[in-house]
Design a protein around this ligand. Structure first.
Ligand SMILES: Nc1ncnc2c1ncn2[C@@H]1O[C@H](COP(=O)(O)OP(=O)(O)OP(=O)(O)O)[C@@H](O)[C@H]1O
Ligand SMILES: [Mg+2]
Length: 407
């Protein structure tokens, strides 16, 4: 039997688990795309670095050629035009053998700054360049081909390369932001859809119950006219049932619309529900109510709040197999909220299942729908702007549900 119940609960949780597996697959997939994108951008960056180094070497060679071959003006013009000035992206500083700056290329210098500021600015860039790459040496040769001096070409990554290095980060942030927005939008539309189902179904139920109830009322009036039935128990019982049906209709019609909240004496309202319940549950279940102060007032919708107390108490009775004690304690918190603790002496909830009890479809009962606590949570959070959670639970000792309401 216990095994059957377990199977049933596992089955009803299947849907919830399947959903979280899908979520996991999507996250893993997005992560894989992001990683692949970072990896390929890195490869491109590395290749571009090699290319830029090649350009720099060609640039240095062309300079070397220019300084060491001063006899052929045509060739020189070609080298200067076609190669030296072709580099229009890599920042370059050219120094002499003792480190004095001779010239720069592709470094933007503010024309408004003074000569000394300009020097400092260039020295800073030179330091950056020294950290990034080793300089390229240009040997100067005399007519005999002997090296008599050196110049150095310092350079750093082009703006394009730098941008490309940060590109994966930008891309990742865009993917993450997009993911978050998509997730929020998806969840919002999902909860809006659930809302429509709840509201639609509740309204329809209330509407459909209307006709048979008015018909039943007419029948009761008719029986009351009848001399033989006038004071019989049947009429009394019928009226009770009609009253109960009307209460159910009120619940459904309230949950299907924006319910009106009224200031009520909370202990009195709960006591009324309890006295109804006491008659219907096993005599071996003791239900006690304590409140301090005893006339705490709260803004509630009576039919819906009844439903909350009824659902929680029914669960409590189920959890103790019909024998035990339910204590309801109402008090005010330091920050002026109303606290309602409902404690039972039942079998408790496994710690790992505490999160699940409010999910639609989660049940451990053979005849349960797993909707009771979903409804309770909805009524407390959506209709009363309150909170509900499992405050405490111990296996085979009992459970406390806590409701927080605004005062
Ligand atoms: N007081 C409690 N003590 C122990 N377990 C509880 C208690 N209240 C709820 N649960 C667990 O949470 C589950 C979900 O409760 P919920 O009221 O949502 O559905 P249900 O009672 O199984 O079915 P129904 O839709 O008929 O209410 C229960 O099946 C039970 O396992
Ligand atoms: Mg229930």
């Amino acid at each position: 039997m216990a095994k059957d119940t377990q199977n049933l609960s596992d089955k009803s949780l299947d849907l919830i688990k399947k959903k979280s597996t899908i979520n996991l697959v999507v996250v893993v997939f997005a992560f894989a795309i992001a990683l692949a994108s970072v990896y390929f951008t890195r490869i491109i960056v590395e290749q571009l670095k090699v290319r830029e180094l090649g350009i720099m070497q060609l640039y240095a060679k062309s300079l070397e050629f220019t300084v060491n071959n001063q006899n052929s003006p045509d060739e020189l013009a070609f080298v200067v035009q076609e190669i030296t000035y072709r580099n229009n992206s890599i920042p370059v500083i050219q120094t002499n053998g003792i480190g004095l700056i001779l010239g720069t290329k592709n470094i933007e210098i503010d024309p408004a700054i003074s000569e000394s500021e300009r020097e400092d600015f260039l020295m800073n860039i030179l330091e950056e360049m020294k950290l990034e790459y080793d300089p390229i040496e240009i040997p100067f040769r005399d007519e005999k081909g002997e090296v008599y001096d050196y110049q150095y070409i310092y350079y750093k990554n082009s703006v394009l390369l730098n941008r490309l290095e940060y590109y994966p980060l930008v891309q990742l942030s865009v993917i993450v932001i997009f993911g978050i927005i998509a997730y929020i939008a998806f969840n919002y539309s999902k909860s809006a859809e659930q809302n429509r189902v709840w509201v639609g179904l509740a309204k329809e139920t209330a509407h459909q119950l209307g006709t048979p109830i008015s018909s039943l009322m007419a029948w009761v009036e008719y029986f009351k006219e009848d001399e033989t039935l006038k004071n019989s128990e049947i009429i009394e019982e019928l009226e009770k049932d009609i009253h109960r049906l009307e209460m159910i209709t009120a619940r459904f019609s309230n949950i299907g619309s924006v319910p009106v909240l009224n200031y009520e004496n909370l202990p009195a309202a709960i006591e009324a529900t309890l006295s109804y319940l006491r008659k219907r549950v096993s005599k071996k279940v003791e239900i006690n109510l304590s409140a301090k102060p005893s006339d705490i007032r709260a803004r509630i919708n009576k039919p819906l709040f009844d439903w909350v107390i009824e659902n929680i108490c029914k669960n409590a009775v189920d959890s103790m197999g019909g024998v035990g004690k339910i204590d309801i304690n109402i008090k005010k918190s330091a920050d002026d909220k109303i606290i309602i603790d409902i404690t039972d002496t039942g079998k408790g909830i496994q710690k790992s299942k505490i999160k699940d009890v409010f999910l639609p479809g989660y049940t451990t009962k053979t005849r349960g729908w797993g909707l009771g606590l979903t409804l309770v949570k909805r009524i407390i959070e959506k209709n009363h702007e309150g909170k509900i959670f499992v405050k405490n639970t111990e296996i085979n000792e009992g459970t406390t549900f806590r409701i927080l309401l605004k005062s």
